[in-house]
Design a protein around this ligand. Structure first.
Ligand code: XUL
Ligand code: CO
Length: 480
């Protein structure tokens, strides 16, 4: 039975592939892509995913690849529905603009509705596909860059006009649904004008252009009812210190973010402003290196009250940290706002943006989220892309289902771990000696060195005690 379901999906996939190979006139890419109905060009009518119905929860024993095993939206965990803990979001850029291209190879996939252009009409079709995808997945959030959803025009005014058209359509498609953007962001890294940076560009004209782009994107995010606005500084950094005035660039970035926070207040946008750290790629060094660096930057420029962090797991590992390290640094400083849910590859040193599938990692992530009391108005944005070799529309569903199930399963595990308190007890026991008079003085910052010296003389050599790391690992294993 189980094997039959998997085979059915393969057969469907191959069937689509055959239709594609037989009917395409688009050359290489289209021939390699499963087209559902290639005759519907240029304006796509009807369903985008006609062979896929709404994805349902079937439970852990299901072998249906187009069903949830763990994600049961309405199930209550620790007093909150799963969907409210997880607040999943689809990243428009990966799912609807990703084409499988890499620095060594041409695109490998073109979705059936794509006509190969960057026209306004095509952008509208894509937006309709996005909403059908969200509805069929049962996901209520989506994330976008201004330039993924609407084409860049010849002037900034024209780009704004294009964006307005797409926002009007998205607003219409949102009507009568609970679907809203989890966050919006301005694409300040693709166009050559940003090659030296946006807020950190040495050219004041670029700084102003970037400010205008953020202003507009924040306005449209607000108009669409978005919960957050993200700043990812892909070009905010340097390639060489020889030609860079780092202090000036950081000061400029501080001013830019201060103006952004002021604009948010002015337009009455109540969403969170989030900074997404990443150490490098595309730049050799990016200023928002990791959570700790970003927090100290925000503190220095008096912006801590206005910004929280969007932690991306693959960015964490690029910075030499685990995802959970970054989540915990953000959480204990009160700035854990959102998670860009993805993962890297242990044997690869760059941003592979894969769907997160490791249940143990998902459990640790969800433990941080539980301790944070959830992420709202933030959530989990799948900043993850299909592999270059995955070219069928069903792969897009399977990838999201896999990622959602991993985090839902992590939530179930983490809730048990949290409720049973075994790990918490182990940690509490390690620090029990601070539950003393002098311990309380140390924690209040009032114990001076003379007092501590007296204790040291009186207590003598401290006992050697076990850190119980293997026991802690054993406990974690028994919950995953
Ligand atoms: C790049 C990245 C971005 C941001 C939004 O690594 O993560 O997609 O999430 O600009
Ligand atoms: Co990201």
């Amino acid at each position: 039975m189980a094997i039959k379901s998997w085979i059915l999906v393969c057969v469907l996939g191959c069937l689509w592939f055959t239709v594609a190979a037989g009917s395409s006139e688009d050359g290489l890419i289209a021939d390699m892509t499963c087209r559902v109905d290639a005759s519907q060009k240029p304006v796509w009518e009807g369903e985008f995913f006609p062979n896929i119905s709404n994805i349902k929860y079937e439970g852990p024993s299901s072998r249906n690849p187009l069903a949830y095993r763990w994600y049961n939206a309405e199930e209550v965990i620790l007093g909150k529905k799963m969907k409210d803990w997880l607040r999943f979001s689809v990243a428009f850029w990966h799912s609807f603009r990703g084409d499988g291209g890499d620095p060594f190879g041409s695109p490998t996939r073109r979705w059936p509705w794509e006509d190969g252009t960057d026209s306004l009409e095509m952008a509208k079709t894509r937006m309709r596909a996005n909403f059908e995808f969200l509805r069929k997945l049962g996901v209520e959030y989506w994330c976008f860059h201004d330039r993924d959803i609407a084409p860049e025009g010849a002037t900034l005014q024209e780009s704004n006009k294009n964006l307005d058209e797409l926002v009007a359509l998205a607003k219409k498609l949102q009507e009568g649904t609970n679907i809203r953007p989890l966050w919006g962001t301005a694409q300040l890294f693709k166009h050559p004008r940003y090659m030296h940076g946006a807020a950190t560009s040495p050219d004041v004209k670029v700084f102003a252009y970037a400010a205008a782009q953020v202003k507009k994107t924040m306005e449209v995010t607000h108009e669409l009812g978005g919960g957050n606005y993200v700043f990812w500084g892909g070009r905010e950094g340097y390639q060489s210190l020889l030609n860079t005035d780092m202090k000036k660039e950081l000061d400029h970035m501080g001013s830019f973010l201060k103006a952004a926070a002021a604009w948010k207040k002015k337009i009455g946008f109540e969403g969170m402003l989030l900074i997404e750290p990443k150490p490098q790629e595309p730049m050799k060094h990016q200023y928002d290196w990791d959570a700790a660096t970003t927090i100290s930057f925000l503190q220095k420029y008096g912006l801590l009250g206005d910004f929280k962090l969007n932690i991306e797991c693959n960015h964490a590992t690029l910075a030499g940290h685990s995802c959970v390290h970054e989540l915990e640094v953000a959480r204990i400083n009160g700035v854990l706002g959102n998670i860009d849910a993805n993962t890297g590859d242990a044997q690869i040193g760059w941003d592979t943006d894969q769907f997160l599938t490791n249940v143990e990692e998902a459990t640790l992530i969800m433990l941080s989220v539980i301790k944070n009391g959830g992420l709202a108005p933030g959530g989990f944005n799948f900043d993850a892309k299909l592999r270059r070799e995955s070219v069928d529309v069903e792969d897009l569903f399977i990838a999201h289902i896999l990622g959602m199930d991993a985090l839902a399963r992590g939530l179930v595990n983490a809730a048990k771990l949290y409720e049973d308190g075994v790990l918490t007890d182990l940690v509490t026991a390690r620090y029990a000696s601070f539950d003393s008079e002098i311990g309380a003085q140390i924690e209040a910052g009032t114990a001076d060195f003379e007092t501590l010296e007296k204790y040291a003389f009186q207590w003598g050599e401290p006992a050697i005690t076990s850190g119980k790391q293997e026991l802690a690992e054993m406990i974690l294993h028994s919950y995953t």
